[in-house]
Design a protein around this ligand. Structure first.
Ligand code: DSN
Length: 435
């Protein structure tokens, strides 16, 4: 039985129904391959901070300027989170209050733009995020998205094309960041384009923060006005968001009604009181824990191994004749490209899940299928890497994926065997925060 569940003795007594479901989820996660690219495992320490009495505390405002009394200890906690965030990323300013990635991104808009302004971002089917200007999201309704994305022919950014679009459309802000782009992002090249058109450059590094920390992906901090992130995903912290920014605003008088304030102050004001009320102090404490963990050599090794594992998995799949969007990966994720297959991404994701490989179906560049079924499956390596898996296990994973894809039509016959083999492999590893 997973240790984390054994520890929940009060919950077990008071609400056995929820306890039982948590237990089942923990057992499920400990016996399957979590390959959703935006997931990893938070540590027991992070979860203990999340489950601490800080959950009760209200302290609207920022350290030293609260609207509630009794802030002595929580001010120290929030300042620690901020200082650790600054040190970890080398940032001038850090805000740790966003409730998650989407609220962090809302704050970016409120800090630097006015409704109706033009922004450049990747549509969701191209690998962007809802909050990068997608039409059904506030960001696509209140702002005007100029879309860009990987070239359908190469699966990679065409920087000449992106520059041309930016110069003709002149957006006031460029988002650079993705949820399904497997290649290196060259922030310096995006910064040149943003500078040429006097646009803000904002990176969303929620998916790739750990590989940036590990030094195996370019660092956006020198190039971007604001950087948005989550603290869960590969960073392995609590379910929350944070913002890094420069202190000064290089376009001070141009775009914003609050232009007397510097950028750091506008970011803070956009989060509170602009969008949110009381900060979640238990989560901020857990974020401080995660930032501290992320400064260790072990974390940097984990970040490096994430990429090595993704490359090993890509090599294993390519060797078995599969197509990958953009031909491979430089990051934590890869996208199986099933455009030439008779089955869809959704068929494959469901068959993989039955077999114990948990992923999500995803559009691929140049996809002819609808977003409800797609031609792709997105696979990420952070969770397996957090368990301690390395290249040899990735070769086994490639083999299992191949067996599933060869047997989509009769998956019920083969899935139980594959699932049992996967459960056996998982037993050899410690599952952080579970076992
Ligand atoms: N939903 C996340 C993902 O899976 O990429 C992004 O927020």
């Amino acid at each position: 039985m997973p240790q984390s569940v054994e520890r929940y003795r009060h919950l077990k007594q008071n609400d056995p129904e929820i306890y039982d479901l948590i237990q089942k989820q923990a057992v499920y996660e400990a016996s399957t391959l979590k390959m959703i690219a935006s997931e990893s495992f938070a540590s027991f320490s992070v979860m203990e901070a999340c489950g601490s009495p800080l959950t009760n505390k209200y302290c609207e405002g920022y350290p030293g300027a609260r609207y509630y009394e009794g802030y002595e200890y929580v001010d120290v906690i929030e300042n620690l989170a901020i200082e650790r965030g600054k040190k970890l990323f080398g940032a001038e300013h850090v805000n740790v209050q966003p409730y998650s990635g989407s609220p962090a991104n809302q704050a970016v808009y409120r800090a630097i733009l006015k409704p109706g302004d033009k922004i450049m971002g990747m549509p969701v089917p191209d690998g962007g995020h809802l909050t990068h200007g997608w039409k059904v999201n506030f960001s696509g309704r209140d702002y005007v998205q100029v879309p860009y994305g990987p070239s359908p022919a190469t699966g990679r950014f065409d920087m000449t094309q992106i520059r041309e679009t930016a110069k003709s459309e002149r957006p006031k802000m460029i988002w650079v960041g993705a949820t399904a782009y497997p290649h290196t992002i060259e922030y310096a090249q995006f910064a040149e384009i943003a500078n040429e058109i006097d646009a803000y450059l904002v990176a969303d590094i929620a998916h790739i923060n750990a590989i940036i920390i590990a030094g195996v992906h370019p660092d956006p901090v020198p190039f971007c006005d604001i950087i948005s992130s989550t603290s869960h995903k590969m960073l392995r912290g609590p379910r929350a968001g944070f913002l890094l920014s420069k202190i000064e605003d290089r376009y001070q008088t141009q775009y914003h009604p609050d232009s007397k304030l510097n950028l750091a102050k506008r970011v803070d004001r956009a989060v509170f009181p602009g969008l949110q009320g009381g900060p979640h102090m238990h989560i901020i404490a857990a974020m401080a824990v995660a930032f501290r963990d992320a400064m260790t050599p072990e974390f940097k090794e984990y970040g490096k191994q994430i990429v090595k594992n993704a490359k090993a998995l890509a090599a294993g799949l390519l060797a078995r004749g599969y197509d990958l969007a953009g031909g491979g990966t430089d990051t934590h994720l890869l996208i199986l490209d099933f455009r030439k297959k008779e089955f869809t991404g959704k068929d494959a994701a469901q068959a993989l899940a039955k077999s114990g490989i948990i992923s999500n179906f995803n559009m691929v560049p140049g996809d002819h299928r609808s977003p409800f079924v797609t031609s792709g499956v997105r696979l990420g390596t952070p969770s397996l890497t957090a368990m301690g898996m390395k290249e040899a296990e990735m070769e086994m994973v490639a083999g299992w994926i191949d067996r599933v894809c060869q047997n989509i039509a009769n998956i019920d016959a083969v899935a139980p065997t594959i699932r049992a083999e996967i459960a056996d492999l998982c037993k050899k590893f410690v599952i952080p925060g579970i076992s």
